[in-house]
Design a protein around this ligand. Sequence first.
Ligand SMILES: [Zn+2]
Length: 464
Amino acid sequence: MSEQRIRAALQEATDTHNVNIGAGALASVPDVFRANFGDRPPVVVADGNTLEVAGKEVQRRLEEAGYTTLEPYVFPAEPPLYAEYSNIEKLRDCLKGHDAIPVAVGSGTLNDIVKRSSHECERPYMCVGTAASMDGYTAFGASIEKDGLKQTLSCPAPRAVVADLEVLRHAPEDMTASGYADLLGKVTSGADWLIADSLEVEKIDPAGWSLVQDHLREWTDSPAELRAGDQQATEDLIEGLILSGLGMQSYESSRTASGAEHQFSHLWEMEGLGHGEGHKGTPLSHGFKVGVGSVAIAALYELILERDLADLDIETLRNSWPTKEEMEQSVRVQHTSPDLEEGAVEQTLAKYISVDELAERLELLREVWSGLRAKVREQLRPAEQIREMLQAAGCPTGPVEIGLGWEDFEATYFKAQTIRKRYTVLDLAFETGILGECVDELFAPEGFWGRVAASRATADGAGL
Ligand SMILES: [Zn+2]
């Protein structure tokens, strides 16, 4: 079943020609390599850990198939590899010394480094995934820290991806849990696209939508089994992550896989949350931040969906709509880091609309609200359920577990809206004038986060 879906998905993809997922799939590396690169020499790129779990076997299999391989390029195992530009320069300079095709053996960071380095040498590459930890394997672009800022540097996705379920099942459990949280985040990102579509901000692309959303429930329904290392649950997860990446590739945007829950994650990332320490001595993963963001956004959605937005008082909202200058000012006071502040101003002003455009959009919202509300309800899951699923998979589910204070967490609902121009539920709540009151409700003693905070305090008080 999985094979058929992937074959169909590859028809939509522009960069990736082959994906092979399966138990024992490492054995297919030489064939997949030959189908894409013929007799060109390969060079394995790994880090100290991934060299052991799969890199040496990949190297051996390529040699047995008659390839003259180069000595593997190996980043140190410790400290954990960080996606910073200096690593790309090092690898790129080495790649320039020969014409071998890089075979990245690793997960998110390693794949991103090889993706961008290969691109800078104008060379295609292939990837052997070692953990179902994020959806970036088949996505274009690499998330890299350059000049002190995490940014997405453009570069094509790998020509081919191989993922051996035996390797993935034995990956560190936090990595698998992170991938699960990244995938579950598509629940809220899908809802955001439904809103942007209905308000004619960004039309849904049926192919990009289907790749990510059609099987999402099936892929995410067995978090406890996944945590226990079940092969089917692992296959479902990696299939979901790979297809999500192909969805971004086909639509040429991360809209297909990323909404407000990712804006929470990006903000925390840019503010430096969990760099270098975090969970068990490794930096806080992308997926873990997205997971907490998903719970936060699902809880916000619940409050918004209780309201009747067909009843909006457009005149009042018109009168309180900020001018462009006021908007800029309100963004500036929210951010403390100068780089983040400049970036947020740029992104916010890029989606600024005039008061007449606001009125038009709100008129449209009033018309479409009942249909849109029904569609969004069908797309979403209750916040409590998302929290339980994440917990079952071994993911953090609230701010304290990721080292974030309650006040900073509450402020995220406002700040996250400013850092990306992509239209999400945060924009809907802001434009309809209900963001502040919804956030107040969430953090009130009886609200979603108020109750979570109270139950934590009780647990702490009881010494649990
Ligand atoms: Zn993601």
